[in-house]
Design a protein around this ligand. Structure first.
Ligand SMILES: Cc1ncc(COP(=O)(O)O)c(C=O)c1O
Length: 399
C-alpha cells in the first residue's frame, strides 16, 4: 500500500508530489518545473529554500532545539521585539505590546479568543466576526469562521460567536449587545475570496470598539508581514488594533504563529492560563527571526506593493480576466464567464498546474495569486503568460 493511501482523505487527492523548491520555482518528482504563485497559501513569502532561513535553521538545529516554555531561549525574544515594532509602526500606538507564540494560525486565533474572553470577563464573551471570513479549523476558530456550510458537520460548536455581513458596519452594529466583548476580522478576506475591507469599515469597527469597550482583533494570518503592501493589512486604514494574530509567512514554511496584544490586554493572561509545548520553540523562532531580518532588509511591503502593481497590470491586460482585486501580492483574478466555457476556476487552476503554474481557485469564478514577495518581473510575465495560454485554450503542458 502506498504511503498516500494511508493518509486521511481530508485534503482530497493531491495531484503532484513536490520534491524541491528554490525562490519562485518548484520541482516535482519527475523533475518538472513550476512557478509557484501560491506560496503554500501565502506562506513562503521569501521564496522556497531561502538561503538565510536555511542557514538559520541548520545553525539552530546544531545549537539548541527545545527546552520548553518553562525556560527562556534567545531567538523568540528578538522575534517578539521585531513583531511589536512592526505592528505598532504607523498606528500611533504607544506600546510596547506583548507577544505570545503558538504553532499555527488557528492556534494563534484560539489564543486570541481566550485572551479576549479572559480580559473582558464572564458575560462579555461573545465574538462577532464576518460572513465569508476564515479563522481556522479548531472548534472555536471554526465557530468564528463565517461559513455556515463548514459548521454543519461539526455541530454543536462552542457557544459565543456571531456573524455579520462583510464590509457592512450597520450589520455589525445591529448584532452588538453587552455580551459582545470583541470583534474579529481579517483586513482582507483571503479564503473568502480575496475581499479587501473598506477603510471606512475598519475605521468604523475601531470606533464601535472604542465606544462600547470591545476589543478589536485583527486576523493577519494571511495578510500580515508585508503581503498587502504594508507590514499589516490594518495599517492601510491607519487604525489601532487591540490584538493581532500572525502565522503563515512568519516562518517562511516553518510552523509558527503569534499573538500580539496591547500590554493592558495581554496582562489578562496569568501563569497557567494558556500554553503550548512547542509555541515559540527555538527552531521555529530561529526561522522567524531570520525571516523578519530579511524582510526588513528588503523592505518586504515595498516589494509587495511594486510587484503587486506589475502583476495587476499584467492580469488586467489578459483576455479572459474580467477584473483584478486585492492588495499588494494577495490578488484574485476574476475570470470572464464567457471565457470559462462551463469550467470552474478550480478547473483553470488544475490546467495551470499541468502547464507549470501553481495558483488556486478561491471562488468558483476567481483565481488567487500570491507569489513570493521576491518574485522577479520576468517570473511575473512568465506566469501570466502561462495563465493566458490556459485561458486561451492553447496551453502547452510543460514537459
Ligand atoms: C485569515 C486566516 N486565519 C486563520 C487561518 C488558519 O491558519 P492555520 O491553517 O495555520 O491554522 C488561515 C489559514 O488559511 C487564514 O487565512
Amino acid at each position: 500500500m502506498s504511503g498516500q493511501r494511508l493518509l486521511m482523505g481530508n485534503y482530497g487527492d493531491p495531484p503532484v508530489t513536490f520534491v524541491r523548491g528554490s525562490g519562485t520555482e518548484l520541482f516535482d518528482d519527475t523533475g518538472k518545473r513550476y512557478l509557484d504563485f501560491l506560496c503554500g497559501l501565502a506562506v513562503t513569502s521569501l521564496g522556497h529554500s531561502h538561503p538565510r532561513v536555511a542557514a538559520a535553521l541548520a545553525g539552530q538545529a546544531g545549537t539548541l532545539l527545545h527546552v520548553s516554555n518553562l525556560f527562556d531561549t534567545e531567538p523568540h525574544l528578538e522575534v517578539a521585539a521585531r513583531l511589536d515594532a512592526l505592528v505598532r509602526s504607523g498606528t500611533g500606538a504607544t506600546g510596547p505590546g506583548r507577544v505570545l507564540f503558538q504553532n499555527s494560525g488557528a492556534e494563534a486565533n484560539e489564543a486570541a479568543i481566550k485572551l479576549a474572553r479572559k480580559h473582558q470577563g464572564r458575560g462579555r464573551h461573545v465574538v462577532v466576526s464576518a460572513m465569508r471570513s476564515f479563522h481556522g479549523r479548531t472548534l472555536a476558530t471554526l465557530a468564528a469562521t463565517g461559513q455556515p456550510e463548514k459548521h454543519e458537520p461539526f455541530q454543536p460548536l462552542p457557544e459565543g460567536f456571531r456573524h455579520a455581513a462583510w464590509n457592512d458596519l450597520a450589520a455589525f452594529e445591529a448584532v452588538l449587545d453587552p455580551s459582545v466583548g470583541a470583534i474579529l476580522v481579517e483586513p482582507l478576506q483571503g479564503e473568502g475570496g480575496v475581499n479587501p475591507a473598506d477603510v471606512d469599515f475598519l475605521v468604523g469597527l475601531r470606533r464601535l470598539c472604542d465606544e462600547r469597550g470591545m476589543l478589536l482583533i485583527l486576523d493577519e494570518i494571511q495578510t500580515g508581514l508585508g503581503r498587502t503592501g504594508r507590514w499589516f493589512g490594518f495599517q492601510h486604514a491607519g487604525i489601532r488594533p487591540d490584538i493581532v494574530t500572525v502565522a503563515k509567512a512568519l516562518g517562511n514554511g516553518v510552523p509558527i504563529g503569534a499573538v500580539w496584544a496591547e500590554a493592558d490586554v495581554a496582562a489578562a493572561f496569568r501563569p497557567g492560563d494558556h500554553g503550548s509545548t512547542f509555541g515559540g520553540q527555538p527552531l521555529a523562532a530561529s526561522a522567524a527571526r531570520e525571516v523578519l531580518r530579511v524582510m526588513e532588509e528588503i523592505d518586504a511591503p515595498a516589494c509587495a506593493a511594486a510587484r503587486g502593481a506589475t502583476l495587476t497590470g499584467l492580469l488586467e491586460a489578459l483576455p479572459g480576466v474580467s477584473g483584478v482585486r486585492g492588495l499588494g501580492l494577495l490578488l484574485a483574478a476574476e475570470l470572464d464567464p464567457t471565457a470559462l466555457d462551463d469550467q470552474k476556476a478550480a478547473d483553470v487552476a488544475r490546467a495551470c498546474l499541468e502547464a507549470g503554474l501553481v495558483v488556486n481557485g478561491v471562488t468558483p469564478t476567481a483565481l488567487r495569486l500570491a507569489p513570493p514577495l521576491t518574485v522577479t518581473d520576468d517570473e511575473l510575465a512568465e506566469g501570466v503568460a502561462i495563465l493566458g495560454d490556459v485561458l486561451a485554450g492553447d496551453a502547452e503542458v510543460a514537459a
